[in-house]
Design a protein around this ligand. Structure first.
Ligand code: SAH
Length: 214
């Protein structure tokens, strides 16, 4: 059996046992995660572990999120296919690739230059993705407002510029809370009148949202 067939089997097992078994229901999310080769977004030396039920190191003290967390955050965004999405924390690019299958346009920001350099090459075939190397705390005003915003590093508090750049009717999914502790995954909905509702989803452990290059 070829390596790519082995990976496809592991990918299917991951979707069945880690995602569907834990309650992920959005068929579009499940299909996207059945199709995107997660092993392409990790160090080749770690390809063996690409479908493990945990985050993995991607260097520079950063991690590729656990598959279940990618699925959960993506499902919470309720993507139908026509949305403009802002992602803060490109990291490995895996979450970005999943979003690119499910939305119309994806803008993704990564603060660590060497990660940006590596990942922007990996994402080149995903034509609806635009990446930038900057601090995502302030969002990306040029392309705002966004239908959806997803943040994959944890600030202590939800950055005000991100709330401003969310469209009325839009959804933001973000971990937040003190560093070195567990944080809360929060779903924020901006109502048509501009007011905000916040729903606590679950406890999570994310790397901190940093404010300058590290
Ligand atoms: N979704 C990514 C998660 C990577 S970890 C994945 O699954 O691979 C979080 C990422 O956020 C790291 O790459 C980190 O460098 C980046 N990050 C942290 N603070 C940031 C900021 N202020 N702006 C943009 N990216 C940031």
């Amino acid at each position: 059996m070829q390596l790519k067939d082995v990976m496809a089997l592991r990918r299917n097992d991951m979707v069945d046992n880690q995602l569907e078994a834990r309650g992920i229901k959005d068929e579009r999310v499940l299909d996207a995660m059945r199709s995107i080769p997660r092993e392409a977004f990790v160090d080749p030396a770690m390809a063996e572990s690409a479908y493990d039920d945990r985050p993995l190191s991607i260097g520079f003290s950063q991690t590729i999120s656990q598959p279940y967390i990618v699925a959960l955050m993506t499902e919470l965004l309720e993507l139908k296919g026509n949305e403009k999405v802002l992602e803060i924390g490109t990291g490995s690019g895996y979450q970005t690739a999943v979003l690119s299958k499910l939305a119309a346009e994806v803008y993704s920001i990564e603060i660590v230059k060497p990660l940006y350099d590596r990942t922007s090459k990996l994402l080149a075939p995903y034509k609806n993705v635009t990446v930038a190397n900057r601090d995502g705390y302030n969002g990306w005003k040029e392309h705002a407002p966004y239908d959806r915003i997803i943040v994959t590093a944890a600030p202590e508090n939800v950055p005000e510029p991100l709330i401003e750049q969310l469209k009325a009717g839009g959804i933001m999914v973000i971990p937040s809370g003190p560093h070195g502790w567990s944080q809360s995954l929060i779903k924020i909905v901006k109502k048509p009148d501009g007011t905000i509702s916040k729903d606590f989803i679950c406890d999570v452990a994310f790397v901190p949202l940093t404010r300058k290059d590290i």
